[in-house]
Design a protein around this ligand. Structure first.
Ligand SMILES: *[C@@H]1O[C@H](CO)[C@@H](O)[C@H](O)[C@H]1NC(C)=O
Ligand SMILES: *[C@@H]1O[C@H](CO)[C@@H](O)[C@H](O)[C@H]1NC(C)=O
Ligand SMILES: [Zn+2]
Length: 540
């Protein structure tokens, strides 16, 4: 009781001292009324866009839960020296918003592979599996065959559109991999990652599927070490052993890709200079791999060597939009998630802000009448925004109220993660610690090596043709179906035929092979147990 009184007094003193950054105009009720009237008027004037989407621009913020979204909005404003909370991010301007339920078939809280299979292929599946239905088991090659499901990127390509992937991770990582690969394990980046049994059973690595499956026009991200023979020196880090080629089959997939494109203008680049020299007007194909693995965090990027996500998004759109039939592009802000796993809110939020600038670039280069733009997250993280920070206080700062242990705490913290620390039973005293630095790791309630994911719904935001389909609380796999419908790609072509009533022939509603012989009966129980064990061992 006494401690709480002290803390309360401390808060009053801070308020009286004018620490608050509240704005005078906001004290006038007319400020809020006129602002709301403008919002209401634009809602009243909004017309449904029922066009067939020529283009699909799909932005996926990996691990960008709603807490991250809100905190990134505040950071974006604060980086422009504003209080931040009132900032309008580009994604905030999307007129249609819904929620997606993210659980996977086998887990309450999912990973990026299972969720990508849901929102790209339209089918929920098991943890750690890519482009296969839930009849396939994590890590079990034998269960993969016949259970493949295809993605909207393939549906778009089959419909004559140009297609591309842009990511800040390696291009073989779960999210981009799901656009083109089928793999019982998300970890099978190169053939060196495939267990001998899986090779024997005919499974192939994700990198080789990048060349073999769908013909992708633009591939931008990292991951060149999975493309070259074991021991191949990396052009950027020739002395770094860990960056050297990984492949045991001796294939150089970068050279093979170039040879496959003979007769077309196909460019492979690995640095900013060559990237800048790529003229989208006369380039048919682009493969750009800027790092041996994942790209660097935006705030640690060397702008002389690697382009930003804004630049890569722009290049991709400019190449793809030459196709009169339109395009599908996946842009992934892939490292929001990785920063959260490390408990580094600064990095996660700066990645999310960069992602929002890429969305702005996407809107600038396309027309709303013909381009369906969707922004969503795959899953969230145990990331919390708490305390009673003053208006305009740094989003990376501390709550003015302290805990009952008479120690301050940061506004952002984690339910679990590497930031857990107790000394003599007490949390660290951060009174003199600058919590706004890029390497600061926020406190976590439970010690885990890496923060886990979390299970609450994620936001889905949409703009353009049929954006009003992205509303309400839906299963995450609905997203692929709604995008496919809007653009008239995949199995459901009613939108371009002027039909709206359901076609009762259910085979037209599924795009994937059904006659698959999955593991059935009593084997299911055993497999589920195995899946759980494997998943816990290899979870990202
Ligand atoms: C914000 O303020 C800082 C310090 O006064 C200044 O260095 C920076 O350039 C400002 N940024 C913007 C976007 O105005
Ligand atoms: C960029 O890549 C090209 C092609 O490998 C190479 O010739 C050039 O030296 C590289 N530029 C830098 C700055 O490393
Ligand atoms: Zn993750």
């Amino acid at each position: 009781m006494e401690l709480r009184r002290v803390a309360f007094l401390a808060l009053c003193v801070l308020v009286a001292c004018g620490s608050s950054d509240a704005k005078v105009e906001e004290e006038n009720p007319e400020f809020w009324r006129s602002q709301a009237k403008k919002t209401l008027q634009s809602a009243l004037e909004r017309k449904l866009n029922t066009n067939v989407a020529k283009n699909i621009l799909f932005f996926l913020g990996d691990g960008m839960g709603i807490t991250t979204y809100t905190a990134a909005r505040i950071l974006k404003g604060q980086l422009q020296n504003k209080t931040g909370e009132e900032t309008v991010m580009t994604m905030d301007t999307f007129p249609h918003v819904g929620l997606a339920k993210t659980y996977s078939v086998d887990f309450q809280i999912p990973d990026s592979a299972a969720t990508a299979t849901a929102y790209l292929c339209g089918v929920k599946t098991n943890l750690n599996t890519v482009g296969v239905s839930a009849a396939a088991r994590n890590g079990a090659c034998k269960t993969q065959k016949g259970n493949e499901v295809t993605s909207i990127l393939k549906w778009a390509k089959d419909a004559g559109k140009s297609v591309g992937i842009v990511t800040t991770t390696r291009v073989q990582h779960a999210t981009p991999a799901t656009t083109y690969a089928h793999s019982a394990s998300r970890k099978w980046y190169s053939d060196a990652d495939l267990p001998a049994g899986a090779k024997k059973d005919g499974c192939t690595d994700i990198s080789s599927q990048l060349l073999k499956n769908t013909d992708i026009d633009v591939i931008i991200g990292g991951g060149r070490k999975y493309m070259t023979p074991k021991g191949t020196k990396d052009p950027e880090y020739p002395l770094d052993y860990a960056s050297r080629g990984k492949r045991q089959d001796g294939r150089n997939l970068i050279n093979e890709w170039q040879r496959m494109k003979v007769g077309k203008v196909a460019r492979y680049v690995w640095n900013q200079t060559d990237f800048d020299a790529v003229d989208p007007e006369n380039t048919d194909y682009l493969m750009a791999l800027f790092e041996p693995g994942d790209l660097r965090f935006e705030t640690e990027r060397d702008p002389k060597m690697d382009p930003s996500i804004v630049e890569t998004t722009e290049k991709a759109i400019r190449i793809l939009q030459k196709n009169p039939k339109g395009f599908f592009l996946l842009v992934e802000g892939g490292r929001i998630d990785q920063a959260h796993h490390d408990g580094r809110a600064y990095m996660a939020l700066h990645e999310a802000v960069a992602f929002d600038y890429a969305i702005a670039k996407g809107l600038e280069l396309t027309k709303e009448e013909e381009t369906l733009t969707v922004v969503m997250a795959d899953h969230s993280h145990p990331f919390t925004f708490n305390g009673y920070p003053f208006r305009g206080q740094s989003i990376l700062g501390k709550s003015p109220l302290w805990g009952r242990d008479m120690l301050p705490y940061t506004t952002l913290m984690y339910g679990n993660g590497p930031g857990h620390k107790l000394t003599n039973g007490k949390r660290p005293d951060i009174r003199d610690v600058d919590t706004k630095t890029k390497d600061y790791v926020q406190f976590a309630a439970v010690p885990t090596e890496s923060a886990t994911h979390s299970g609450e719904d994620v936001a889905v935001l949409a703009r353009g043709p049929m954006a009003h389909l992205f509303q309400g609380v839906n299963e995450q796999n609905y997203v692929a179906h709604a995008m496919g419908y809007a653009a008239c790609v995949g199995a459901d072509l009613r939108h371009c035929k002027g039909q709206t009533s359901p076609d009762l022939d259910s085979t037209t509603l599924t795009n994937d092979r059904n006659g698959a012989e999955g593991v059935r009966g009593s084997a299911v129980l055993l497999s589920s147990l195995l899946t759980a064990l494997l998943a816990l061992k290899v979870l990202m």
